[in-house]
Design a protein around this ligand. Structure first.
Ligand SMILES: Nc1ncnc2c1ncn2[C@@H]1O[C@H](COP(=O)(O)OP(=O)(O)OP(=O)(O)O)[C@@H](O)[C@H]1O
Ligand SMILES: [Mg+2]
Length: 225
């Protein structure tokens, strides 16, 4: 699904990530941890072809990202749900319209989708805020909306960058539950998080691999959790 082979990346001042080798198999669940600034967000950007590896290769749905055209990247992204660490919304559209936007722009609105949208907003606890404008939302509400927006198109792969950073424990568990359910339906999930308690909670429910980026390298972690 997504495969990195000795992938490397640097923003210009020397390599940040090197020798990243990982295969995200269909239906797998991965966590990515590591200190702030270690390169978790950068790693995710390589996975959704926002950045191109400066060494090695990244293959997404069988296509090497270095060789993909803009259109191919756009098409590939339609199969991925990305939750950005700094979630951004269109401030003049309501929360509900923002969450539905990936459907609207790909012409997939409709009655079945409308029901799906209401269910999803209920799941992330935002039904009562459907009409609110993004600037009126709290940090945690924005994060919950970002997760809903990422999964509304029923993507094959979900890449979530600190999806529970601003959220209380109970709601974090609820969002985790959503990711676990989606994984049980066959979706591939990768979650970058600092929250080791969240990883522990997940391990009781799903067989997840825990990766850690430290010193520019990717290691398998988890035994200590
Ligand atoms: N666009 C950029 N240009 C130059 N340096 C960058 C850029 N984006 C990130 N960096 C640097 O790369 C390093 C890794 O950043 P990244 O955002 O991937 O870390 P992270 O592990 O996600 O951190 P956090 O846990 O704080 O989110 C940091 O030192 C950061 O300052
Ligand atoms: Mg980050």
């Amino acid at each position: 699904m997504i495969e990195l082979k000795e992938a490397a990346y640097g923003y210009g001042g020397g390599p940040l990530l090197s020798d990243m080798t990982l295969r995200l198999a269909p239906g797998s669940f991965h966590f990515l941890t590591g200190p702030s600034g270690a390169g978790k967000t950068t790693f995710l950007k390589l996975c959704y072809a926002d950045l191109r590896a400066t060494g090695g290769s990244v293959t997404i749905f069988g296509q090497e990202s270095a060789e993909m055209s803009r259109d191919e990247i756009a098409r590939t992204r339609q199969r991925m749900g990305v939750v950005h660490q700094d979630c951004e919304f269109l401030d003049h559209l309501s929360l509900k319209e923002n969450i539905a936007l990936p459907l609207t722009v790909t012409g997939r609105g409709g009655q079945a989708q409308e029901a799906n949208l209401s269910d999803l907003m209920g799941w992330v606890g935002l039904s009562a805020r459907a009409g609110a404008l993004p600037p009126e939302l709290s940090g945690g509400e924005r994060q919950r909306a970002a997760l809903a927006r990422a999964v509304i198109t029923d993507p094959d792969v979900i890449l979530a960058d600190e999806p529970t950073g601003n959220i209380d424990w109970e709601m974090s568990l609820r969002l985790l539950q959503l990711l676990v359910e989606l994984n049980r339906m066959g979706k591939t999930v990768l979650v970058a998080t600092h929250d080791l308690a969240l990883i522990r909670a997940a391990k009781a429910q799903v067989s997840a691999r825990v990766l850690r980026i430290a010193g520019g390298r990717l290691q398998l972690a988890g035994a200590e959790l």
